[in-house]
Write a protein that binds this ligand. Structure first.
Ligand code: GZL
Length: 316
């Protein structure tokens, strides 16, 4: 068989394969109850999941809850009424889901928890596709302990009150700094994962701590709050990244710009591409297969030495 014909057949086989993977999902209708658009990471997660649904030919019914649990519960009930094949739920907080998850279960509709977890029995959802936030918090603390030789008074910008991301990132950080008697969390408050929230809370910390002289570092549960803190620190006449160290989580493009400018010191990557594993899990369940209860997607820590290159790569 000539080389050209092999190539042509290969191309046909590939198209059939691609076609099959799209066809395998093309008849699926999936509801997605997203938290909102509170941060850069959230908007890139939404865009990635929508693009993956499009690529697979999935009819994705999208609902933005504006960070309100009651809107998410309403959306899930609407998906159930529409008889969707599966539901993606990014739960804004950990509690208050048992009833609506039971309703989805009774309707035989698998629910995939995307990005965050719930304090409900595992048999009420198919799987959780999310990072291990405890590990992220511990990694941030380990970096800070090494950077400061175990001596630092830290202020903490917490994420949304009651969210698994905030609860576990706090627990992970504390589990490590608890081993360092000279590392103290001197103030801790929620900035709700937003840039404006991070700025406002950091302004209050600076005022309360003698203009920031007593503050060695900021631990922000996400990059958006860290970028707000950078603004507040500059407006207070101090140098973020030098007078006050900053470590955060998400690895959004803007944090790499800030690191390259010397304004922040470390970030931990949070994978926003959660659509693929979520859709695969629903397909596996519908084909009668089994799915692990937690599909993890943890990322590495990034430092200023690669920030310029990472920014160039991620901001295209
Ligand atoms: C964590 C995710 C958090 C991000 C924030 O997985 O839920 O919510 O860290 C986002 O940017 O608002």
């Amino acid at each position: 068989m000539t080389g050209f014909r092999k190539l042509a057949l290969g191309g046909v086989a590939m198209c059939i394969g691609l076609g099959m993977s799209v066809a395998a999902h093309a008849d699926m209708v999936i509801g997605f109850s997203q938290i909102g658009s509170e941060s850069g990471w959230r908007t890139s997660e939404t865009a990635s999941i929508k693009a993956e649904a499009e690529r697979r030919g999935i009819d994705l019914k999208f609902s933005d809850a504006q960070q309100k649990q009651e809107n998410q519960i309403k959306a899930v009930r609407s998906f159930i009424a529409q008889g969707v094949d599966g539901i993606l739920l990014a739960p804004v907080v950990e509690t208050g889901w048992d009833q609506v998850l039971q309703e989805a279960k009774d309707a035989g509709i698998p629910v995939v928890l995307v990005d965050r977890g719930v304090a409900a029995s595992e048999d009420l959802y198919l799987t959780k596709v999310a990072s291990d936030f405890v590990v992220e918090g511990a990694l941030a603390a380990a970096w800070l302990a090494a950077e400061t030789n175990g001596v630092c008074d830290v202020v903490e910008l917490q994420g949304t009150v009651g969210s698994s991301a905030a609860n576990d990132r706090k627990a992970g950080f504390e589990s490590v700094v608890g081993n360092f008697p000279a590392i103290n969390i001197i103030r801790s408050q929620s900035g709700d994962f937003t840039r404006s929230g991070g700025k406002e809370v950091m302004e209050s910390f600076l005022k309360a701590e003698d203009g920031g002289k007593n503050i060695c570092a900021v631990y922000a549960h996400n990059d958006d709050m860290a970028l707000g803190a950078v603004q507040a620190i500059k407006e207070a006449g101090l140098k973020p990244g030098a007078d006050i160290l900053i470590v955060s989580i998400d690895a959004v493009p803007d944090i790499f710009k800030a690191m390259a400018d010397g304004d922040t010191n470390a970030t931990i990557e949070l994978n926003p591409h959660l659509g693929g594993p979520s859709f695969d899990a629903i397909k596996t369940a519908k084909d009668g297969g089994t799915v692990d209860k937690w599909i993890k997607a943890n990322g590495p820590l990034f430092l200023p030495d690669t920030a310029a290159e990472e920014y160039a790569k991620r901001s295209q």
